[in-house]
Write a protein that binds this ligand. Structure first.
Ligand code: C5P
Length: 218
């Protein structure tokens, strides 16, 4: 079977992972949540008190972390951290961690290796720009910060994580800012990506629109 790559980039809470999972199911594609990979590194940074300004510490850390991804289950050095990587604490530190060049080099290599020869959908920030500039279908999914904050708050509520709307909105805006202004692979729309604003659409409409782009190419 030929490989086929679909990328979904966009800011936090735009609905990337929900839609990517639906597409993966519909087309029997592998799904890779690349944000979760950055979150695993961020969790390690918190647990081991890594100094983000210290290059040696970063390099040492990258030698010591082993990431293993089995579908939607994420293992950090053998431990299932699928829940632990979704907390507000990790969300707070993940963008500065993801801005570090050495971190990106390691994870981008892994993302390309995992995708090799597969029919796969990946969501993230730089999938259609840096990681797979020749992807078959590229989507850029956006939504207003307020709508994204409401969605994230609902997720936290369902998991019993305490947070206020204002805190979540501020964290999302801060992440947007760091992600889109960083030097290494900033969050930008690839020239040839299809932009979809999920604030104005329900999830089925987004699914239909993306499916139409895939059906044209597959
Ligand atoms: O997708 P999610 O919101 O879980 O991603 C967490 C963080 O990981 C983002 O805010 C961003 O800083 C970083 N990230 C990235 N590149 C990707 C995916 C995520 O820099 N491809």
């Amino acid at each position: 079977m030929d490989s086929f790559i679909v990328t979904i980039d966009g800011p936090a809470g735009s609905g990337k992972s929900t839609i990517a999972k639906m597409i993966a199911k519909k087309y029997n594609f592998t799904y890779l949540d690349t944000g979760a990979m950055y979150r695993m590194i961020a969790l390690y940074v918190i647990r081991h008190n890594i100094d983000l300004e210290n290059k040696k510490e970063i390099e040492e850390m990258l030698k010591n972390v082993k990431l293993d991804i089995q579908g939607n289950t994420f293992y950090l050095n053998g431990e299932d951290v699928s829940e632990a990587i979704r907390t507000p604490e990790v969300s707070k530190i993940v963008s500065p961690v993801a801005a570090i060049k050495e971190v990106r080099v390691k994870l981008v290599d892994m993302q390309r290796e995992i995708s090799f020869g597969k029919r796969i959908i990946l969501d993230g920030r730089d999938m259609g720009t840096t990681v797979f500039p020749k992807a078959d279908v590229k989507i850029f999914l956006i939504a207003s910060p307020e709508i994204r904050a409401k969605r994230r708050l609902k997720e936290y509520d369902e998991k019993g994580i305490a947070a206020t709307y204002e805190e979540v909105l501020e964290s999302i805006k801060e992440r947007d800012y760091i992600d889109s202004t960083r030097k290494e692979s900033p969050l930008v729309k690839a020239q040839d990506a299809h932009e979809i604003d999920s604030s104005k659409l329900n999830i089925d409409d987004v699914l239909k629109e993306i499916s139409a782009y895939i059906d044209k190419k597959i």
